[in-house]
Ligand binder design. Sequence first.
Ligand SMILES: *Cc1c(COP(=O)(O)O)cnc(C)c1O
Length: 371
Amino acid sequence: MNNSDNIYSLAVSGVQKLIPYTPGKPIEELERELGLSNIIKLASNENPLGPGKKALAAIQATLKDLALYPDGNGFNLKHALADKYAVDMSQITLGNGSNEILELVARAFLTPGLEVVFSQHAFAVYPIVTQAVGATAVVAPALNYGHDLDAMLQRVNDKTRLVFIANPNNPTGTLLDHGRLESFIGALPDTCICVLDEAYCEFVGDQGADNSITWLRQYPNLLITRTFSKAYGLAGLRIGYGLSSPQLADILNRVRQPFNNNMLALAAAEAALTDIEHLQNTIAVNAQGMQFITDGFKKLGLEWIPSAGNFVLVDLKQPAMPIYEALLRKGVIVRPVGVYELPNHLRITIGTQAENQLFLQALTDVLSGNV
Ligand SMILES: *Cc1c(COP(=O)(O)O)cnc(C)c1O
């Protein structure tokens, strides 16, 4: 027997059919492919200002300890988060990015035969973690590109073990009304875990997003996930967290690796929480950039989906892939969203003022055939 394809048939059935997540194109890859320099990447919703000074100083101070294992319980970071949100440390689960929390919840609660409800155009990781453990994805059609909570609730039955909601949603940037969201969570059967993915909550203007934390007291089946990858500018370190009832956190904790968060990430995240100035700067630069880029779309006669995040989906009213590729040749990396059933849209991460200008100029050139 010498058939290497046979290996595929040995994988668990969900994995056999799994299409892996496609990340935004790395700058180095485009450099290698096209021999370009001065590339800008507005493709992965990273913080264009980079990490803050306090996080960098904490990393520097931690380097000397790298021969040691990190604190597997993440005491200091959990303590800081517990303080910030007025929750108990036992309600916090730290993850290698909030992505890991999404995987942990799937692994701990799903099995073939159980169902997971999420929305059309919702974050691409939900179908992946569902399929990897052989559970069944049930996709509710979107409403105006956002979550249709009624359509989602209609699809919840006694086999539904998880519901995923991204608020704001990636890639559409849509934001749910908090009152309606709470009613939805309250209407779920207690056999169903609700994962509320708040990767972009820091960008939501009012302090509305922190309402969700108060819901934890009433809903032991609620898991809120947040991250240091977006507004805090630490995507490269991989650190995020879940907030939930202590019981739900205990279950996630059972399936995580003992040292899933590295020492630099723990130290940097803790310091980043104290760097209010960097966070406020980030939010201000994002708000200005959002205005600038959407003004640019308006001048080009393009429509976009109003976004509560640090990115915006523009409707090109024509297949987006050729435009994406033409932008690449000009050294501008954005994100095609065909996998989200949005073949005519591109997702643009809001950059610095200089990056936003370069992007709009490149888009103007490409759309006018000047390529
Ligand atoms: C970026 C993102 C995440 C996860 O990011 P991590 O880097 O793994 O923390 C989770 N959910 C959504 C909706 C995202 O856009």
